[in-house]
Design a protein around this ligand. Structure first.
Ligand SMILES: Nc1nc2c(c(=O)[nH]1)N[C@H]1C(S)=C(S)[C@@H](COP(=O)(O)OP(=O)(O)OC[C@H]3O[C@@H](n4cnc5c(=O)[nH]c(N)nc54)[C@H](O)[C@@H]3O)O[C@H]1N2
Ligand SMILES: Nc1nc2c(c(=O)[nH]1)N[C@H]1C(S)=C(S)[C@@H](COP(=O)(O)OP(=O)(O)OC[C@H]3O[C@@H](n4cnc5c(=O)[nH]c(N)nc54)[C@H](O)[C@@H]3O)O[C@H]1N2
Ligand SMILES: [Mo]
Length: 795
C-alpha cells in the first residue's frame, strides 16, 4: 500500500524502485553497487536469498509448508520455469528462483477494495513494476468505469455480464483479443480456446509469440513437430551438450542439477553466449552437502563468447567443418563423421545443404561471430568425437530477426550426425513459463492446424472458425488502428511484456474494454481501455474447491511430460475464482441461452458442469488432442505421462515427405550502423519476466538497481564515456520515431564489442513493434539497435 514517495517507510520497498519511463526516481541509480560477476551459481547464498524473500512474503510456517510441496507427487507444479522434474523426487524439489516464484504467489499481502479507493488509477500509473507487484494478491473483482478515477468492487455476476455485453456489441468476433500467459493449466486453456472459437475468432495471441515461437516454427518445418526431442534422462546420457542463448543458472536453475549429473557421467558442456554467465561456469548444488559449502562441479568445458546474433554463422561453420572432415576421412579410407545411413533413409535435402555450405564465406563467419577460427574448429572436433549431442537453447536464439533460420541450421548440424531420435541426443528448446507448452497443446494458438479444428468440431458439434487470428504483434496493431475493441488477458502482463511500450500503451487505451484475469497487480491493470475489469484468480499453490470437491489441474513441461498439480493452501480470499470457473462462467453467458442450451452455431458444452468437475474437461481433451488416452488414470501415476513425439520415439517425421528436412538458409546476422550498439534485453536474477522480486542481479555483480546497461569497455572509451556514467539508451530504427529509455548507469562489462545488455521490461520501450523474426514474428528483443547518449536528465 505504499506509493513510491513513501517507500522510505516500508522496508520491503525501500531503495528497490526502478524507474518507470514517466517517473524516474533518483534513489535507484544512486543506490547501485557494482562488483565483479560471479563465477559459480547457487550454494548457500542462493538458499539464503530465497529464504529471506519467502519469509518476508509468507512468514515462517507458511514458508515451510509451501516450499516442501513444490513439485512433489501430490503437491503443486512449481509456477516458475518449465524445466521437468526427475522421476525419482527428493524431499526438496525446488530451486532458489522457484522459491521466489512461489513466495510471490503465496504472499500474505493483499490488494483490497480499500486499496483501490485510496489510490487513483492516475497515481498507480506512476508506480513502477516492483511497487505494483509488491502490494500482494488481488482479492476482489474490480471495475473501472469510463471517466472514473478509481476501481470499484463489482460482483462476479455483473463483471461477467459486462464482458458478455461488450463482446456481443462488437461488429465482428475478430474485434476481440484473447491473450494467454503460460501459467494457465491445460484444463483452463482448453476451456478458454473453446470459448474463444465458440465466440467465432482465432484471436488467441500468447506469451509464446514472444518466446519460443521461433523454435516451434523451425522444428515443425524440419522434423514435423514443434517440440523438443529429449527426455530428462537423455541429458545424463549425452556425450556433448551445447547450451546456446540460455542462462540456466537464473532462469532454469534445476537444469544445473541435470547438467551436473551429465558432467559426472562424462559429458562435455560448451556454452555459447556473449556473456560469461555464472550458472554455466560452475555449480554448487545446494541440495548436496558438498555444494552447500562451495565445492561443486565445473560445468562448461569451453565458452564461446559469441556476438549477438552470430549463431547461424557458427552453426553453418560447424556444418561445413563436419562435411569437410567427413570428406577427408572417407577419402583416406577411414570411417566418416556423418551418419550416412540416417541421412540416406530418414532425411532429405542433404545435397542442397552441402552445396550451400561449400560456398560458406569464412570472413563473414568471423564478422558475425567474433570468434577465432580455432575456437570453432575445436567445437567441431568435439562434435566429431561425440556419439550423442544435445543442443539446448532459449531466448538468446529465438528473439532475433533470423531466429528461425538459425534454429534450422542447428537442426541441420544435428541431423548430419543422426542426433535426433537417439539416446542422449536431440533438440532441447528450454521453455519458459511452467505450462506454456501445454497451453499450445491445448489449442492456444492463433493458427492451429486443420486437424485440431476438425476434432474440436466433431467433439462439440459446431464449426470453429478457420481464419487465422492475431498473434501478439498483430493484436497490438489491431488495437492501435481501432480494429480491435476488447482485450482479455488470461494471466500475464501484456503491456509490459510486449515491445514498443509507448505504442502498446496507446493501443490498450484505445480499446472499449480491457479485462485482466490475474493473481497480482501489474501495469496492465493501470493502463486500460475505456472500461476495465480486474478478475482475481486462484494460483497454483491454492486449494481449488468446486461443486464436486477439490480439483486438480494438469500441466506439460518442456519435455512433453504431463502431470497433475494440486494446490493445498487456503485461497488468498474467498472471492477468488479458478481460471476454469471464470472461463466457463463467461462462456455460459456468451454462448448459451438462459437454460444453458447452446446458442445457434455455438459448441455443445455443459459449461456449468465443466466448472464443477474438471474431469469432464479432461474427458473432452482426451477425445480431441492426440496422446491423452486414459488421461485421468495416467495423471494418477507418479510423474504423470509423456506425450508421443515421433522423431524422438521412432525416428519418424510428420513432414510432407515423411523425412526430416535439411534446409538451405542464406546466412544472416544483425547489421549495426556506425556508432550504434546492438542491445540484448534480458532477465536479472531477481525477476520473473515482468514480476520484479528485488533490485539485484547477484551473479552479474549488479546490486541495488536495475537501470544499468552492460557495455564493452572499449565501446565506452570509443564514445568518450566512462564506467558509471549516466546515459540514455536511444533507439535507432528506420521509422525515425523517438524511442528513449532514460538514465541508465553504464557498466563496463565482459561482453563482445558492439554488444550491450540491459534488463527488460524497462527496455521494452526501445523494441520497435515492426521489428520481429521472419516467419515466427517474435519481437527481436535480443537485437535492438541503439545509441548511447549522455543522460538528458543527469542526476
Ligand atoms: N527466475 C526466472 N526464471 C525464468 C524466467 C524469469 O524471468 N526468471 N523467465 C522464464 C521464461 S518465460 C523464459 S522464456 C526463460 C528465459 O530464459 P533465458 O533465455 O535464459 O533468459 P534471458 O534472460 O532472456 O537470457 C538469454 C541468454 O541468452 C544470451 N544471449 C542473448 N543473445 C544471444 C545471442 O545472440 N546468441 C547467444 N548464443 N546467446 C545470446 C544472453 O547473454 C543470456 O544469457 O526463463 C524462464 N524462467
Ligand atoms: N524485451 C523483452 N521482452 C520480453 C522478453 C525478453 O526477453 N525481452 N521475454 C518475453 C517472454 S520469453 C515472455 S514468456 C513474455 C512474458 O509475458 P507474460 O507471461 O505476459 O508476463 P509475466 O510477467 O510472466 O506475467 C506476470 C503476471 O501474471 C499474472 N499471474 C501470475 N500467475 C498467475 C496465474 O496463475 N494465473 C493468472 N491468471 N495470472 C497469473 C500476475 O498478475 C503477474 O503480474 O515476455 C516477453 N517479453
Ligand atoms: Mo518466455
Amino acid at each position: 500500500m505504499t506509493p513510491p514517495s513513501e517507500r522510505g517507510t516500508d522496508p520491503a520497498l525501500r531503495g528497490h524502485a526502478d524507474r518507470v519511463e514517466q517517473n524516474i526516481d533518483d534513489a535507484d541509480v544512486t543506490g547501485l553497487r557494482v562488483s565483479d560477476p560471479a563465477t559459480h551459481a547457487a550454494g548457500l547464498p542462493g538458499v539464503g536469498h530465497a529464504m529471506q524473500i519467502a519469509l518476508t512474503q509468507m512468514g515462517p510456517v507458511r514458508t515451510g509448508r509451501t516450499l516442501l510441496r513444490i513439485n512433489q507427487t501430490h503437491g503443486f507444479d512449481c509456477p516458475g520455469c518449465a524445466w521437468p522434474e526427475a522421476r525419482h523426487r527428493g524431499p526438496v524439489e525446488f530451486c532458489e528462483n522457484g522459491a521466489k516464484a512461489v513466495a510471490e504467489e503465496a504472499t500474505r499481502r493483499r490488494v483490497t477494495p480499500e486499496f483501490f479507493a485510496r489510490h487513483s488509477i492516475a497515481e498507480l500509473a506512476t508506480w513502477d513494476d516492483y511497487a505494483l507487484g509488491q502490494q500482494g494478491r488481488l482479492v476482489h473483482p474490480m471495475v473501472l468505469e469510463e471517466g472514473e478515477e478509481h476501481y470499484r468492487p463489482i460482483s462476479w455476476g455483473r463483471a461477467l455480464d459486462l464482458i458478455a455485453e461488450e463482446l456481443r456489441g462488437l461488429d465482428s468476433p475478430d474485434e476481440a483479443i484473447f491473450y494467454t500467459s503460460g501459467r494457465t493449466s491445460n484444463e483452463a486453456a482448453f476451456a478458454y480456446q473453446l470459448l474463444v472459437r465458440g465466440f467465432g475468432t482465432n484471436n488467441l495471441p500468447d506469451c509464446s509469440n514472444m518466446c519460443h515461437e521461433s523454435s516451434g516454427a523451425a522444428l515443425t518445418d524440419t522434423i514435423g513437430i514443434g517440440k523438443g526431442s529429449v527426455h530428462l534422462s537423455d541429458i545424463a546420457e549425452a556425450d556433448l551438450i551445447l547450451i546456446a542463448g540460455q542462462n540456466p543458472g537464473t532462469n532454469h536453475p534445476r537444469m544445473l542439477i541435470a547438467l551436473e549429473a551429465a558432467k559426472k557421467a562424462g559429458a562435455s558442456i560448451v556454452a555459447i553466449n556473449p556473456l560469461r554467465e555464472a550458472g554455466l561456469l560452475h555449480f554448487d548444488n545446494p541440495q548436496e552437502p558438498a555444494g552447500l559449502v562451495g565445492r561443486g562441479t565445473d560445468l562448461a568445458d569451453d565458452y564461446l563468447q559469441i556476438r549477438l546474433g552470430g549463431d547461424q554463422a557458427l552453426f553453418q561453420a560447424l556444418g561445413a567443418l563436419l562435411l569437410r572432415a567427413h570428406a577427408e576421412r572417407t577419402a583416406r579410407g577411414e570411417p566418416g563423421v556423418l551418419d550416412e545411413e540416417f541421412l540416406a533413409t530418414r532425411t532429405e535435402g542433404f545435397e542442397e545443404y552441402a552445396g550451400h555450405l561449400a560456398a560458406l564465406d569464412w570472413g563473414e563467419v568471423a564478422t558475425a561471430t567474433g570468434l577465432e577460427r580455432a575456437q570453432i574448429e575445436a567445437l567441431a572436433d568435439r562434435l566429431i568425437a561425440s556419439r550423442a549431442t544435445i543442443v539446448c537453447w532459449a531466448m538468446g536464439l529465438t528473439q532475433h530477426k533470423h531466429a528461425v533460420r538459425t534454429l534450422k541450421d542447428i537442426v541441420n548440424v544435428l541431423l548430419l550426425q543422426g542426433n535426433i531420435g537417439r539416446r542422449g541426443a536431440g533438440v532441447c528448446p528450454v521453455r519458459g513459463h511452467s505450462n506454456v507448452q501445454g497451453d499450445r497443446t491445448m489449442g492456444i494458438f492463433e493458427r492451429m492446424p486443420g486437424r485440431f479444428h476438425d476434432a474440436l468440431d466433431a467433439e462439440f458439434a459446431f464449426t470453429s472458425p478457420r481464419l487465422f487470428g492475431f498473434d501478439t504483434v498483430a493484436a497490438i496493431e489491431a488495437m492501435r488502428d481501432g480494429r480491435a475493441h476488447v482485450f482479455l488477458g488470461l494471466g500475464g502482463n501484456f503491456l509490459r511484456a510486449t515491445p514498443d511500450s509507448a505504442v502498446t500503451e496507446d493501443a490498450l487505451r484505445n480499446t472499449r474494454l480491457s479485462v485482466q484475469i490475474s493473481t497480482k497487480l501489474n501495469r496492465s491493470h493501470v493502463v486500460t481501455g475505456r472500461r476495465a475489469l480486474i478478475l482475481p484468480t486462484l494460483g497454483r499453490t491454492e486449494r481449488d474447491e468446486r461443486g464436486t470437491g477439490p480439483q486438480r489441474v494438469s500441466v506439460e513441461d518442456s519435455m512433453s511430460a504431463v502431470h497433475a498439480s494440486t494446490g493445498r493452501l487456503e485461497p488468498a480470499s474467498r472471492y477468488l475464482r479458478s481460471e476454469v470457473a471464470i472461463v466457463c462462467g463467461l462462456a455460459r453467458r456468451l454462448l448459451t441461452d438462459d437454460g444453458g442450451a447452446p446458442l445457434r452455431g455455438a459448441p455443445h458444452v455443459d459449461w456449468d458442469a465443466w466448472a464443477e468437475d474438471y474431469r469432464l474437461i479432461r474427458a473432452s481433451i482426451e477425445r480431441v488432442v492426440p496422446g491423452f488416452d486414459d488421461y485421468e488414470s495416467r495423471l494418477d501415476q507418479p510423474g504423470g505421462f509423456v506425450l508421443p513425439h515421433p522423431p524422438r520415439d521412432t525416428r519418424t517425421f510428420a513432414t510432407p515427405t515423411g523425412r526430416a528436412l535439411l534446409t538451405v538458409n542464406p546466412l544472416e546476422y544483425p547489421e549495426v550502423p556506425d556508432g550504434a550498439l546492438l542491445l540484448q534485453t534480458i532477465r536479472t536474477h531477481d525477476q520473473f519476466n515482468t514480476t520484479i522480486y528485488g533490485p539485484d542481479d547477484r551473479y552479474r555483480g549488479i546490486r541495488g538497481g536495475r537501470r544499468v546497461v552492460l557495455v564493452n569497455p572499449a565501446d565506452l572509451a570509443e564514445r568518450g564515456m566512462s564506467d558509471g556514467e549516466l546515459v540514455d539508451l536511444v533507439g535507432v530504427h528506420p521509422d525515425g520515431r523517438e524511442r528513449r529509455a532514460e538514465a541508465f548507469r553504464a557498466v563496463a562489462y565482459d561482453t563482445p564489442r558492439g554488444c550491450a545488455a540491459s534488463y527488460f521490461p524497462e527496455t521494452n520501450v526501445l523494441v520497435p513493434l515492426d521489428s520481429y523474426a521472419d516467419v515466427s514474428r517474435t519481437p527481436t528483443s535480443k537485437s535492438v539497435v541503439i545509441r548511447l547518449e549522455p543522460a538528458r536528465t543527469a542526476s
